[in-house]
Ligand binder design. Structure first.
Ligand code: PPY
Length: 312
């Protein structure tokens, strides 16, 4: 059976590279113009699965994708997570001459290549995807486009520069989305993937609610990998917390933690339990974790007391 897979297109986006990692040529990869369009095609049954960017190690969460999952309706959850190394190249219409007049990309592309973009000193143009910018550059000889590798054969453009990102070693994570019932229909996973579960939690707004949430997971030995807060529309000052947990939906510990949460009054939305290559592809395997410059630790107590002068 040929599967229909919606992705953020046109062909040659980083999302396309993620989708092509998972599906064979026999399946139909169908480009969509925006992330909400991909999710709608899955939600309304026009496509079996969808692929969207979810997190970038420089730019952080792709809120357009996360908010669709958190606030959208219907049975659309994350079924698999795929990482793609994100290196940026510059293209221009083949045969174009004279000084360029603009530089174009997806907002994340422009944000991850600030040194190059600033040095170019050209007006920037934002597109729905990197490959959409390349498509526009093919038709506009003044435009430079920042996008994924290997697009010169696919569009009428030539490679101008390569590896222009500010930080080498960046990885973008993509989510394969679909109905909970379709998880078994995905291609067999590679070896060494690890389970993640994504939950959106809405606690009451009082001191200690987030501590209550964390205690439920720590009591069950479930590692919280990340915590993202999204404003709850229509309720100023209230947030939904999206937690990525290092466990599978079928574990007893996770079931106990979620049951415990319900008793503390937290509302829980299930956003998916899936295999991820997250730990297989850490973005900087060569470097130990380091906190941002200017962070203090136990050795810097004098700095702590300068910022927090109250007596402990
Ligand atoms: O525009 C693309 O190619 C995408 O897939 C979204 C994106 C943009 C920039 C970095 C990673 C993903």
């Amino acid at each position: 059976m040929t599967l229909r897979i919606a992705y953020l297109g046109p062909p040659g986006t980083f999302t396309y590279l993620a989708a092509a990692q998972l599906w064979e040529r026999t399946d139909e990869l169908l480009p969509s113009t925006t992330v909400p369009e991909v999710i709608d095609r899955v939600r309304w049954g026009d496509c079996d699965f969808g692929v969207v960017p979810v997190e970038n190690t420089v730019e952080g969460i792709v809120t357009a994708s996360l908010d669709q999952l958190v606030f959208g309706s219907g049975d659309v959850v994350v079924l698999r997570e795929i990482s793609v190394p994100t290196t940026f190249h510059v293209y221009r219409a083949t045969g174009a001459s004279g000084p360029p007049t603009g530089i174009a990309s997806h907002p994340h592309g422009l944000a991850q290549c600030t040194r190059y973009v600033n040095a170019a000193g050209l007006p920037t143009r934002v597109f729905q995807s990197t490959a959409a910018a390349v498509e526009a550059a093919a038709a506009d000889p003044g435009l430079l486009a920042i996008a994924a590798p290997d697009l010169a054969g696919r569009y009428a453009v030539s490679l101008v520069d390569s590896g222009i990102e500010d930080h080498p070693g960046v990885v973008t994570r993509f989510a394969c989305l679909g109905s909970r019932r379709r998880q078994a229909d995905l291609p067999a996973p590679d070896e060494g993937l690890s389970w993640k579960t994504l939950l959106a939690l809405t606690p009451a707004t009082r001191p200690g609610t987030l501590a209550d949430v964390c205690v439920q997971f720590s009591d069950q030995g479930v590692n919280i990998l990340s915590l993202t807060s999204r404003p709850l529309p229509g309720f100023a000052g209230a947030y939904v917390f999206v937690l990525a947990l290092a466990d599978t939906r079928t574990s007893a510990g996770l079931a106990r933690a979620v049951n415990g949460l319900l008793y503390t009054g937290v509302r829980v939305k299930f956003l998916g339990s899936f295999l991820s290559d997250h730990l297989l592809r850490p973005s900087r395997p060569d470097r130990p974790l380091s906190a941002p410059a200017g962070s203090f630790g136990l050795r810097d107590l004098h700095e702590v007391s300068a910022v927090f002068p109250g007596r402990p």
